[in-house]
Design a protein around this ligand. Structure first.
Ligand code: SF4
Length: 222
């Protein structure tokens, strides 16, 4: 889009600080069911699910964990089998060698340093092998203590389209969103963007005519 159009569009919708709460309210009403799509029954299952979800879909992870979590119930269980057996059990999620090593390393550290429990703080979570900031953010938010804003491909695309950030780098996007989104919404905000991104503001051709954010969005195509 030419620069003059971008400027004109931004002026039309107003500053992002004035738009952020209406955006959140409307998305909350529109996607009342927005929540993490991964299925888990405990903190350990949550952590393992998020680790497995790298480079694959949540649907695929749920398919694998439906049987995985019947066999592996406690951190000790992941260490009690040969590495190759765990690799086979998570094979369908892809990158199974890397993921199996990361899960075993994480379970060993949980047992060693945290009494087998999943820590709550981001700085502790990122110490676990194979747990990067995004995984840590998702886990902390799901455990009820969001300390950042999760930025995945949908959050990045929608934040840019809605004019909430000019950046492309997830770390810088997260910083922009942390400054803009009130802290009490940090946990739900990514889910709202993810569900809106899946259902309406899809990557290739966003369905602007059906979008509740039409008058708040500088990228609307109408
Ligand atoms: S108006 Fe269009 S581009 Fe903007 S958020 Fe809605 S669907 Fe996406």
């Amino acid at each position: 889009m030419p620069r003059s159009f971008v400027r004109e569009a931004r002026t039309r919708v107003g500053p992002k600080r004035a738009r952020i709460l209406p955006i959140i309210e409307r998305l909350r009403a529109e996607h009342a069911d927005a929540r993490i799509a991964l299925r888990y029954r405990s903190d350990v299952e949550l952590l393992v699910s998020v680790m497995l979800s790298a480079q694959t879909t949540d649907v695929n992870v749920n398919r694998v964990t439906a049987t995985l979590f019947e066999k592996y119930r406690r951190p000790e269980d992941y260490l009690a089998v040969p590495l190759e057996e765990l690799e086979r059990d998570i094979y369908a999620t892809g990158f199974f060698r890397q993921k199996a090593r990361a899960i075993r390393g994480t379970m060993a550290l949980l047992l060693e340093d945290y009494d087998g429990r999943v820590p709550r703080r981001i700085e502790e979570l990122v110490r676990l092998p194979g747990v990067a900031r995004k995984t840590a953010n998702v886990v902390a938010a799901e455990l009820g203590d969001p300390q950042g804003v999760v930025v995945d491909t949908h959050v990045r695309r929608l934040s840019q389209r809605l004019g909430l950030t000019r950046h492309d780098d997830p770390v810088k996007i997260e910083r922009d969103l942390q400054r803009l989104v009130p802290r009490e919404h940090w946990g739900i905000f990514p889910h709202l963007l993810i569900w809106h991104g899946r259902r309406v503001c899809v990557a290739r051709s966003p369905r602007c005519a059906e979008c509740v954010l039409l008058d708040l969005c500088p990228s609307s195509r109408l």
